[in-house]
Design a binder for this molecule. Structure first.
Ligand SMILES: [Zn+2]
Length: 202
């Protein structure tokens, strides 16, 4: 659907094509910052996106405008409804204005795809990677880890390694990592505790 890399193969001008759709690379770059700021929920109905299909949504409905400020997460159902809902379009534009203000007040460059990533994107990416790395290590060794234990350990690691990392933020990274598109998933063990295991196929 939105695989910019394969689309560019047959195109005489790959540079143009690459800007048309949000690439998987940009999705990976943006996700930690999006969940840090908005939570891992649908922008419109606020349902948790853990375990359900979700999409990266262009807030101004321009699919070529791939700057961070124009991207949010939406459940599939709301994404389908948006074209015919003025209320949802309004929510989207309000969110975009909010994102722009956040950037403007901090005096940051607007073009996220530029070589120098914004510091805040970087720190969220680093903490997200710490969470992902930690889960990979522990799950490879032990097979699973209790959600609460992972939350505490990763929060500690983030604080040690980057000097930042609130439990709220780490919980959001974990939600994204155990989502339908993440490498991991949450199951209940025999003691009815929520544990994180590797998703089948990973
Ligand atoms: Zn929704």
């Amino acid at each position: 659907m939105d695989n910019a890399d394969s689309a560019s193969v047959s195109c005489p001008n790959p540079r143009v094509i690459m800007n048309i759709q949000l690439s998987d690379k940009l999705k990976r770059d943006y996700l930690p910052d999006i969940v840090f700021n908005d939570g891992f929920v649908c922008l419109y109905c606020e349902i948790s996106l853990v375990g359900i299909k979700y999409v990266y949504e262009h807030l101004d409905d321009d699919p070529t405008n791939n700057i961070r400020e124009n991207i949010a997460l939406s459940c599939q159902s709301c994404n389908n409804k948006k074209p015919s809902s003025t209320t949802m379009k309004q929510i989207a534009l309000t969110k975009k204005a909010e994102n722009e203000k956040r950037n403007y007040t901090r005096g940051r460059a607007r073009e996220v795809a530029s070589p120098s990533l914004k510091p805040e994107l970087d720190i969220n990416q680093t903490n997200f990677d710490i969470a992902s790395q930690y889960l990979s290590e522990v799950v490879a060794t032990d097979g699973c880890i209790e959600f609460k234990t992972a939350l505490d350990s990763i929060t500690m690691r983030c604080k040690t390694q980057t000097g930042t990392g609130s439990q709220t933020a780490v919980r959001r990274y974990l939600d994204a990592l155990v989502s339908s598109e993440g490498k991991f998933m949450v199951v209940q063990n025999s003691e009815k505790r929520r544990v994180i295991v590797l998703r089948e196929g990973n």
